[in-house]
Structures are given as structure tokens and as C-alpha cells.
Ligand binder design. Structure first.
Ligand code: DQA
Length: 146
């Protein structure tokens, strides 16, 4: 089965506990289970990763991207300042969709800028867990499934 990558950055391991009024009540395990089922129905294998560390995210992208068809990336707060994650995405040349649970444009001003988005196919922001599912269905509809 073709592979897709899902990467979640810092503090997303706390989903369900962290600011539920912003991020909802569901946990990262709930999200991962839902996505895995969806992906297998669509004929994809998901490789799922979360880290609070910038270097670990970069190492994962460098290692896994060559074998994968696409990357669904929520860089958490790194979105707003990590040129290193941006460079990693650009370096491996994998089609990437940036996802945010919250609508970053309705929040504090420092969240309005993404340094990663310019190297992505596009960005989904504000759809909660649906953003990941939307990204998955984009890859399934456009991807070469052989
Ligand atoms: C987030 C938005 C970021 O600004 C924030 O730092 C996060 C989560 C989101 O999914 O809405 O950690 O990426």
C-alpha cells in the first residue's frame, strides 16, 4: 500500500486536555485511530508521528519522505518560526498539506504567519480533526495509488 505521513508537532500530544475550548475534547489517539481507518479504506498506509522536538520532526521527515506519497503536517507552534522545518519540507520535495485544528487567523497575531505554508501545496486551518481527513482525501483523490 502507498504510504502517507502524518506529523504532529509540540503539545499536540496533550490533545483532549490542552485548551479544550480551542482544540476540542478528543485525544491524539482518537485522531490517529480515525485517520488510520479512513486511510485504510482509501487504500493507504499511514505512518504517524508526534514530537515536541524540532530536530526529531526534521529527522522523521528526512527519513520517511522518500518512500511516501504525501505529508500531512501540523507543526504546532513551530509553524510560526521554524525555518528548519520549512527547509526540511522543501529539501525532501514531498507534497505537503499544512493542517491546523484551530483557525490560526482568528487568534493571536503571532499565529497569523506560517513560515512553513509557502513550501506546502496548501493549508487547512480551523476545521478541527476534519482538516486531517480533508488532507487525506485530497491525497487519495489526486495520488497515484500504484
Ligand atoms: C496549532 C496552532 C498553533 O498556533 C499552535 O501553536 C498549536 C496548534 C493548531 O493545530 O491549531 O500548537 O497548530
Amino acid at each position: 500500500m502507498p504510504k502517507l505521513l502524518v506529523v504532529n508537532g509540540p503539545n499536540l500530544n496533550l490533545l483532549g486536555k490542552r485548551e479544550p475550548e480551542v482544540y476540542g475534547n478528543q485525544t491524539l489517539d482518537n485522531l490517529n485511530d480515525t485517520l488510520k481507518k479512513l486511510a485504510s479504506d482509501l487504500g493507504y498506509e499511514l505512518i504517524i508521528f508526534q514530537s515536541n522536538s524540532e530536530g526529531a520532526i526534521i529527522d522523521f521527515i528526512q527519513k520517511e519522505a522518500p518512500d511516501a506519497k504525501g505529508l500531512i503536517l501540523n507543526p504546532g507552534a513551530f509553524t510560526h518560526y521554524s525555518y528548519a522545518i520549512r527547509d526540511a519540507v522543501k529539501s525532501v520535495a514531498i507534497e505537503t498539506i499544512e493542517v491546523h485544528l484551530s483557525n490560526i487567523y482568528t487568534r493571536e497575531e503571532f499565529r497569523h504567519k506560517s513560515v512553513v505554508a509557502p513550501v506546502c501545496r496548501g493549508q487547512l486551518s480551523g476545521f478541527g480533526f476534519y482538516g486531517y481527513a480533508m488532507a487525506l482525501s485530497y491525497f487519495a483523490d489526486t495520488g497515484n495509488n500504484e
